[in-house]
Ligand binder design. Structure first.
Ligand code: OOG
Ligand code: NI
Length: 447
């Protein structure tokens, strides 16, 4: 067949198309992008060291294209078909997140690229949640929800046909890829007409707002997109100046000199007009905009320390006191690249400098990189965390479900059930970081 497009090219087009569609659907998201661009520009102007660091680690180029989105689906078939759709864009399911422990009746994975070069090109991720209907306790309502879901097809016939064609041909030509992106977009478009009448919507909403959001619409609308900022504290401060209502606290770790994992905040979900079947109208609150600041990926040891300190700290009422308290508690977490490396708390990518390259023969498998780093032969760059955090995700969900903090009984984590629905296993994020680190060591001759 004619020249085929790479999965990276298709993902790039898709992420741009999603962003354009969401800016049109939710104009406040456009404002959020402008805010983040202003903040990032100011940070880079004032911090030439950071500018150079990002440029050297090839992080600068991806900063402006970088974002994630989130969707929620209702059935195993929908999840499995999404898995197929995202695979065409080079996005694989990574990680299992059980949100039911935080009272949200879903479990989730993140579809994202996994190869170094693909992440560098465009790390677009989609946090994807599957509704757990078994957590609806009224059996009649549970059955009704299942019936409603069984009747919808969130994929266009043309999208399904194109996915088959992709499998047959082993790729897409440029024009097929364009058509595929256009059709795929339809799955994530907002519909102001529900598939159910007002009574059904309200009964499901009563069980949990999220259930109404997943079950009552003809598609799985994208519920937020999230650009990456270099200073989330500043972005949070500025949100109200730009006319947005920020969520109460920034989720995740506190501000650090070596940023850890992921910090997130959002503007609150908007109340939007909807039209129920049978002509009555009302409102639905689901869609919002989010901002993230990404830091270094932690090893299992570092992550265990993070989880311990986070749960010790609890959640404060207002952002200022919460951040101050987090700062105190996280004093127990080393805050320099050297200490993080020495104590095996975080992942690094190793690169030879030109001098190091000239001395390659002096570097042997099994050598400790530290002396070479001190001599300027090797540089160690923090590996960026590409995934999500369950406690933060639960906080984002909750703050966008309206103010009443609805919770449900805890369900047992069910990774097996999730993977059965998905039709494959999810990849382990820790192994991906470890492999990236090992590959870089091998390239330097350290392995
Ligand atoms: C997903 C919320 C989680 C994140 O960034 O942690 C999330 C949702 O509301 O569907 O997007
Ligand atoms: Ni998000």
């Amino acid at each position: 067949m004619a020249h085929t497009l790479s999965a990276d090219d298709i993902r790039e087009e898709f992420s741009q198309a999603m962003s354009a569609m969401y800016q049109q659907e939710v104009p406040q998201y456009g404002t959020l992008l402008a805010l983040v661009a202003d903040v990032n520009l100011a940070v880079l102007e004032n911090n030439t060291r950071l500018y150079e660091q990002l440029a050297n680690a090839d992080e600068l180029a991806r900063l402006n294209v970088e974002r994630h989105g989130a969707i929620r689906v209702g059935t195993a078939q929908e999840l499995a078909t999404l898995c197929r759709m995202f695979a065409i864009m080079g996005m694989l399911p990574v990680g299992y997140y059980d949100l039911s422990v935080a009272g949200v009746p879903v479990h989730s994975t993140a579809f994202r690229p996994v190869e170094d070069a693909a992440l560098q090109r465009n790390p677009f991720r989609i946090f994807t949640s599957l509704l757990r209907l078994e957590l609806i306790d009224d059996p009649a309502l549970r059955q009704k929800a299942a019936q409603i879901l069984a009747q919808r097809d969130i994929f266009t016939p043309r999208c399904r046909a194109l996915m088959d064609l992709h499998d047959e041909q082993g790729g897409f030509t440029a024009s097929q890829a364009q058509a595929f992106v256009r059709e795929a977009l339809e799955t994530f478009r907002w519909h102001r007409h529900t598939t159910v009448d007002k009574e059904t919507y309200q009964a499901l909403h009563q069980q949990h707002r999220l259930i109404a959001d997943v079950v009552c619409f003809p598609g799985c609308h994208i519920n937020h997109l999230t650009p990456r900022t270099l200073d989330i504290d500043r972005a949070q401060e500025l949100m109200s100046d730009y006319g947005m209502e920020p969520k109460a606290v920034i989720e995740g770790p506190p501000r650090r000199s070596v940023p850890l994992l992921l910090r997130q905040t959002s503007f609150k979900a908007l109340e939007e007009p909807v039209q129920f079947a049978g002509e009555s109208s009302g409102t639905h609150t689901a869609r919002f905009g989010e901002i993230e600041q990404r830091g270094i990926a932690l090893t299992p040891k570092g992550r265990a320390l993070y989880d311990k300190l986070l749960s010790e700290a609890g959640v404060g009422k207002d952002n200022l006191s919460h951040q101050q308290h987090l700062q105190e508690v996280f004093k127990a977490f080393p805050d320099s690249e050297f200490l993080l490396r020495q104590q095996g708390l975080a992942w690094f990518r190793y690169r030879l400098t030109p001098t190091g390259d000239a001395h390659r023969q002096a570097i042997h498998p099994g050598d400790d990189p530290q002396p070479f780093i001190e001599r300027g032969w090797i540089i160690a760059q923090p590996i960026t965390y590409e995934d999500f955090l369950p406690v933060s995700a639960a906080g984002i969900f909750q703050s966008n479900l309206g103010g009443d903090g609805q919770t449900r009984a805890h369900g047992n984590a069910s990774r097996d059930a999730f993977e059965a629905a998905l039709g494959r296993q999810v990849l382990d994020e820790f192994s991906l970081y470890e492999e990236a680190s090992l590959r870089s060591k091998r390239r330097c001759g350290l392995l």
